[in-house]
Design a protein around this ligand. Sequence first.
Ligand SMILES: [Zn+2]
Length: 160
Amino acid sequence: MAPKNLEYLHKLPRTKKWKKNISNGQKALGDKHWSKKPEVREKFRLSHLGKKLTPFSEIHKQNMSKAKSGKNNPAWKGGVSSERRRIWVTVPYKNFRIEVFERDKWICQSCLKVGGTLEVHHIKSWKNFPNERLNVSNGITLCEDCHIIANRIQRKYEQP
Ligand SMILES: [Zn+2]
């Protein structure tokens, strides 16, 4: 459980002035910040070097050979991500995206933000509905943030 004073801190309203104070404080620190000190940087550098030079333990070696890539890996899911990437670069998929964007006037259909990074969300998921992947009426324009939320909600409600 978080200490009481931390809880209190999280409950404080984040006023503009307070935020400004924080950022000013960080700016004022500048090169005096501990991570900017040369001796600290050198320590970091050495500790990272040290990590690379440490010989692999036997257990680590066993784990590495178990963690085979691709189809030898028991966690292999049929190459979904590489398949997805392959389809994303095709002309039909690019056209599908543009059609969805144009229908939605390049506006996030959730928060109505214009511009920024827009993505096409598949209402019926990419994974479970392969036949709906290029169906414009299954696509909806969302901004990056809303897309993350939409995917989270989708995973929760759409059973594979
Ligand atoms: Zn949005």
